[in-house]
Design a protein around this ligand. Structure first.
Ligand code: SAH
Ligand code: SF4
Length: 484
């Protein structure tokens, strides 16, 4: 390393505030200077591109990462030819990892043509030491690696990379604090995610999330409400409250309120018209929460309730803490107390030891619960999880055949559920506009989509639409009124 560089770096570091987020705003400013100087030399603006894999939490983290990068001065680009490419990775299933390796290889080739190119990897996959080892060995051109607990440090890590000229790895085993008030670049403008808690304590036996996202930590209700206020002031109409198990919100926090109380508090924020949330765990979904969803007009009538399996014995092996019967009773109660509610789910096929009878139980629950939709996953063996060591791993061909059968059952059930609203006039949030067809896509309270002719200027507005024809999983409709 260049001596001059190190002296400069030492001076910059010694002046950095120790408190967060002030420290990161300081490094954002430092990086802004470095970037401007590079841009002047090159005679062009530098660009960035973020690729997000996996769940809503990652999507939310990516908005923060985009906020940091655009505060530094990078222009957003929708191409991986950008000067800085960041992969926010997922490791819930093995194929997500395989895809990432393939794409990093491609980025490495592109970097040979653009010496400015920076390749940044973060997210759940980077919490796995084997993954980081493999990248160190086989993808030496990567610039920065960090994990799920320190995304707020992006600007500081980029600075360290510019100084050292080589790979910076900063992955923490657990979170130290929750850093508030970071910049964010909101993807949609009219809807946004809000993290209400981080991590998970449930240790479902197949799941890697507790290992890569750490123990459960709730944010304070004040910080959450403040974020909702800020978003509303920026034009956001719909917020989605995010946590791996929102039912345990506030449980390990002194003076914490319940999740139902939090919903009530967020719904008091002026300008927020709709609230969604993900994910409640069936084992501890309270009556208080059901009542709040039923009573509160702003809370969308949609409960995403992951089933995982319909077999009580598999549920036990999965460490889910409910039985087939308890799950069905819960769905019946939700449907009875919240008229018009949509229940959706996640299902895993091919968990170790799954028999034909277990699988039939899953199909039975799908039929009886009447899901509006279901995300179906082939079981994926994750190292370190208890299920990976279980005997009776299911052969791929057996799991694959069951997966196909399950898709058919889900298809039949969900199209029958979706059909029920034909002819109704309902409020929808205008989410996407296709100029070629002059069609808007609106999302109903229950998460179903409807396409209808209307003008682009209504994007982000709540309007009412008549649901003319159901096309299986979505509707074609007619705009009735605006300014709902
Ligand atoms: N916290 C949420 C889900 C997080 S992961 C919950 O408990 O519901 C999202 C989904 O990925 C899970 O619901 C599960 O269906 C699926 N999943 C998790 N681990 C998996 C694995 N090892 N193989 C296949 N699917 C998995
Ligand atoms: Fe994974 Fe279970 Fe936690 Fe959901 S509740 S993140 S499935 S361990």
């Amino acid at each position: 390393m260049n001596q001059g560089n190190e002296a400069y770096a030492e001076r910059i570091r010694s002046l950095a505030p120790t408190e967060e987020p002030e420290r990161q705003y300081y490094f954002i400013d430092v990086m802004k200077g470095i970037l401007l100087a590079r841009e002047e030399e090159l005679g062009r603006k530098l660009t960035m591109n973020i690729q997000t894999f996996g769940c809503q939490m990652n999507a939310k983290d990516s908005e923060t990462l985009a906020g940091i990068l655009s505060s530094i001065g990078y222009l957003e680009s929708d191409s991986e030819e950008a000067d800085l490419v960041l992969y926010n990775t997922c490791t819930v299933r093995e194929n997500a990892n395989t895809r990432v390796y393939g794409r990093i290889g491609y980025l490495g080739n592109r970097k040979k043509l653009n010496p400015e190119k920076r390749i940044i990897l973060c997210g759940c996959m980077m919490q796995e030491p084997q993954a980081v080892e493999k990248i160190r060995k086989s993808y030496r051109f990567v610039d920065v690696i960090f994990g799920t607990h320190n995304i707020y440090k992006l600007a500081e890590l980029l600075f360290e990379r510019e100084i050292s000229g080589s790979l910076i790895v900063d992955v923490w085993d657990k979170a130290e604090t929750i850093v508030e008030d970071l910049p964010r670049l909101n993807k949609y403008g009219f809807k946004a995610g809000i993290n209400i808690m981080y991590g998970c304590n449930n240790f479902c036996s197949y799941c890697i999330v507790p290992y890569v996202r750490g123990r459960e930590r709730s944010r304070s209700a004040e910080d959450i409400v403040e974020e909702a206020r800020h978003l509303a002031a920026c034009g956001v109409r719909e917020v989605m409250l995010l946590g791996q198990n929102v039912n345990s919100y506030g449980k390990n926090t002194e003076g914490g309120i319940t999740f139902a109380q939090l919903l009530a508090r967020v719904s008091e924020v002026e300008g927020i018209r709709r609230i969604r949330f993900m994910t409640p765990h069936p084992k501890d979904l309270s009556d208080e929460l059901i009542e709040e969803i039923a009573r509160n007009d702003k809370v969308c009538k949609h409960v995403h309730l992951p089933l995982q399996s319909g077999s009580s014995s598999l549920l036990k092996a999965m460490n889910r803490h409910y039985t087939k019967e308890q799950y069905l009773e819960l769905v019946a109660k939700i449907k009875e107390r919240i008229p018009g509610v949509a229940v959706t789910t996640d299902i895993i096929v091919g968990f170790p030891g799954e028999t034909e009878a277990d699988f039939e139980d899953t199909c039975d629950v799908v039929r009886r619960a009447g899901f509006m939709s279901a995300y179906t996953f082939l079981y994926s063996k994750r190292t370190e999880t208890p299920a990976a060591k279980m005997e009776n791993q299911i052969p791929d061909d057996v799991a694959g055949a069951r997966f196909k059968r399950l898709l058919e059952v889900v298809g039949e059930v969900s199209s029958a559920q979706a059909q029920e609203f034909e002819g109704q006039t309902v409020p929808v949030l205008c989410e996407e506009y296709k100029a070629e067809e002059g069609l808007m896509t609106g999302r109903m309270d229950n998460n179903l989509l409807v396409h209808f002719p209307c003008e682009e200027k209504l994007l982000g507005e709540l309007v009412t639409v008549k649901l003319d024809v159901c096309k299986g999983f979505y509707y074609l409709g007619t705009l009735c009124s605006t300014g709902v």
